[in-house]
Design a protein around this ligand. Structure first.
Ligand SMILES: [Zn+2]
Length: 347
């Protein structure tokens, strides 16, 4: 009997393939699957009369074959109906359509827009910046002395140069290592009072781990005016952090060294991911280094061409990826740029 079933199967599939109209298809259905005398129906009827040892195997083969023929028949029918519909210019508007997948803003973009709004509400202007810059704006104008080891800690990507061309140190092209590369550029073109933020991508030749990536996002900000003090700096950061996290967060100031500020601080915020208990993001300390900041060094104001002693100001550079990690409780910075849709679709 299995040979017989196989023969019917082949014959049925080839008959279905040859059909050109719905009428022909109906005839084929009748011939093989008809309730009264369809060939496969007849086979299934005979199965119950087989000896017990053959009944199960043959029955399941016959059922599988019937399902296969039925499926081929349905597919062919859909093809014939569609072809007819197209020929007649008929279009069924009641058929549910395919919904296109809609995207949404990347979590980093969302947090950037949020931060921008908070700063704008405090009177800051938002500036874009150059990602490719030179050593002067990236370091030298910011009071990094030439060949100073502080520059090494920034692991900067230098652009390959023609070795035959003699390029002055300050003109050497680099991918910016921080968004502070815009500080002096903007000061040169504008007179105080100035309140500016520069959100953007930065690049460092770093070994990547859960809290470091070679491409990261930073918001540089600075305020220059007469009589600006550390109190203004602390207040601005407190407003920002409590608005972003929707709660009062603990902050602490530690002394920090950055050539472009004096005095310089590290503003730490209590880790929101672990509630200060210690996790991989806060390196088990309960605190996250969030905002290096300080009072703008007089040498930087001098680079900008401002009259000596007239203005003071504060500056800060915040890792905005870190801010997003805190806010959305993400414990690995590499997820942002990893392109994994399972991650991105959660926002
Ligand atoms: Zn933590």
């Amino acid at each position: 009997m299995p040979e017989q079933i196989e023969k019917i199967r082949q014959q049925a599939l080839s008959d279905i393939g040859r059909c050109r109209s719905e009428k022909e298809l109906e005839n084929v259905r009748h011939k093989y699957l008809g309730r009264q005398d369809g060939q496969l129906t007849a086979i299934l009827r005979q199965v119950s009369r087989l000896p017990e040892d053959q009944r199960q195997a043959t029955g399941s083969l016959a059922n599988r074959t019937r399902a296969e023929v039925e499926q081929a028949w349905q597919k062919k029918k859909a093809g014939i109906v569609n072809a007819g519909a197209t020929q007649a210019g008929y279009f069924d508007i009641t058929v549910p359509g395919t919904k296109p997948a809609t995207g949404h803003l990347h979590p980093l973009t969302r947090i950037r827009l949020e931060v921008q709004e908070i700063f704008k509400s405090m009177g800051f202007m938002v500036q874009e910046g150059n990602e490719l810059t030179d050593l002067y704006y990236n370091f030298l104008s910011l009071n990094f002395p030439e060949n100073h080891p502080a520059m090494d800690s920034y692991d900067t990507f230098f652009i390959k140069e023609d070795p035959k061309q003699k390029i002055e140190l300050e003109k050497r092209q680099v991918m910016r290592a921080h968004t502070s590369n815009m500080q002096v550029r903007i000061m040169e073109k504008n007179k105080p009072p100035l309140k500016v933020i520069v959100p953007g991508r930065c690049f460092r030749n770093e070994a990547t781990d859960a809290s470091h990536d070679h491409t990261f996002h930073q918001i540089e900000g600075f305020v220059v005016d007469e009589n600006i003090s550390i109190a203004n700096l602390v207040y601005t950061q407190k407003v920002l952090l409590s608005k972003i996290f929707g709660q009062e967060v603990k902050v602490r100031l530690r002394p920090g060294y950055f050539p472009f500020v004096e005095p310089g601080f590290e503003l730490d915020c209590s880790c929101i991911i672990c509630g200060g208990q210690g996790c991989s993001v806060c390196k088990r300390t309960g605190w996250v280094e969030l905002i290096p900041c300080g009072m703008i060094h007089p040498k930087v104001l001098e680079s900008a061409g401002y009259p000596q002693g007239k203005y003071t100001g504060f500056a800060f550079g915040m890792g905005w990826s870190r801010l997003a990690m805190m806010k959305y409780e993400i414990d690995d910075i590499r997820l942002f740029m990893g392109g994994d849709l399972r991650f991105l679709q959660q926002f």
